[in-house]
Design a protein around this ligand. Sequence first.
Ligand SMILES: [Zn+2]
Ligand SMILES: [Zn+2]
Length: 362
Amino acid sequence: MSTPLAVSLSKNVGRFAGMKPDSTNLRVVVSPGNIALTETPRDVRDAGWARLKVLACGICGTDLHLHHGMKLPMGAEYPVYPGHEVAAEVIEADPGVGPQPGTRVVVHPLLPCGKCDDCLTGREHYCAFGEMLGVHRAGGLAEEMVWPSNRLVPVDDLDPNLAALLPDAVATAYHAVQRAQLPRGGKLVVIGSGGVGTNVLQISRAIDEDVQAIAVVHSEGTAKRIKGLGFPVVQGLDGAGRAVKKEFGEIDAVIDFSGAAAAATEGVRMLKKQGRLVLGSVLDEKVAIGTTYTGLMTREIEIVGSYSNSLSDLQAVTELVRSGKLSLQGLVSHTFPLRDIEKAFDVLEKRPPGMVRVVITG
Ligand SMILES: [Zn+2]
Ligand SMILES: [Zn+2]
């Protein structure tokens, strides 16, 4: 399944050490099976847009899928300039419009059309005509990039390497917690505790310190890490429904980010009446829930999806971090400079034990 990386660094990369011409921007370019660093002309900055110096950019499964040649969404084509998890400093902006030069920000990676029914009813993240940073538009695996000022969220003096986690893994986790509609002091089970799942656990506790959040994890290593954060753990998805019920009683909401098809069945099994199952995994299989129409009907179980996140989710989660209620410490396991993009993708591909999030530093 894994493709050996073919990385060809631009011959001219060396001359960027110390003397970069003002007219170019060093950025990562990806086409199926190939990653390279390349010089591109500096982006033109339109009115209402900001020019950003990238301080840190996370990479995730989406970037790996691009490298593997995934089918691109409508309107995008290879080669792509990836990077959608960006912390940056504003270096140019229209006076009085959005964060001004010198401000550190995170970037909401969706550019909604602003005109469709979803956009006009405050549901921009469903916009079917939206463009994604790092897919449709040149992303943040670069020295600099441009983006609309009204899609930037100030982060003050937050460590850029941690701030880079906010727009994807953390805001998406926040959105899933909203979808779970937990009662105060409720019981939550999170199935799968990689980057997003770990954030779901932490966010649920940051929002309500009386919540009882429990993790269902796969590996011994993850079990240890999650226990270290103070959450009880059930190891192994097979039979988790019964195991959780026996140890913790029935559950108000289950959020799945495991990517395992069995999660829905186990999740439904542990829910109490009127419980909610939130499906956040990207998985192209039919949903099997291990019960009958009657079983679902009599228990009034709700099954909902949770997709990505919106600008308001990013603003909310940034506020949780800035106020000290949510800590992101320990979530960045690997950092690499831009010139080592090959090594970074290699780590992401191999998922060594202990890997959580990989961040490219500016
Ligand atoms: Zn991502
Ligand atoms: Zn729209």
